[in-house]
Design a protein around this ligand. Structure first.
Ligand code: CA
Length: 141
């Protein structure tokens, strides 16, 4: 059973995600702030992270940066109210595997979770690895 970590401070949304993902057959855990989320993601017992950006203690993008900086390849789907093109691009270049804007449809999020988990299971073809190649190329240039 795939394990999903939900990092979200709004209880209404985290409860909704928690119930929906459990009903879809996933094991879930919830963190309501960035530091706890980062700690749990780095503890390694997680197959995918759903990450809010507007967190009470630190910005979700900083959490994402620290996660990638620590060498974690775990797929991260950013789930945020920040819906501008620039926000999406920043999220993706910071290391998000996918980016979903609130308000969202659960069916879409669920489809993306399934897709990103399937990708992560295919060795050498995950989008995080692709992102690492892009970052390495960008920093070598
Ligand atoms: Ca929030």
């Amino acid at each position: 059973m795939a394990r999903i970590l939900i990092v979200e401070d709004e209880t209404r949304i985290s409860d909704f995600l928690d119930r929906g993902l459990r009903a879809a057959g996933y094991a879930t855990s919830v963190a309501s702030d960035g530091e706890t989320g980062l700690h749990l993601a780095l503890a390694g017992d997680v197959d995918l992270v759903v990450l809010d950006l507007g967190l009470p203690d630190r910005d979700g993008l900083d959490v994402l940066r620290d996660l990638r900086g620590s060498g974690s390849d775990v797929p991260v789907i950013v789930l945020t109210a920040r819906g501008g093109v620039r926000d999406t691009v920043t999220g993706l270049t910071t290391g998000a595997t996918d980016y979903v804007v609130k308000p969202f449809h659960f069916a879409e999020l669920e489809a993306r979770v399934a897709l990103r988990l399937a990708e992560a299971r295919r060795p050498g073809s995950g989008s995080v690895r692709a992102w690492r190649r892009i970052s390495a190329t960008a920093s070598a240039a």
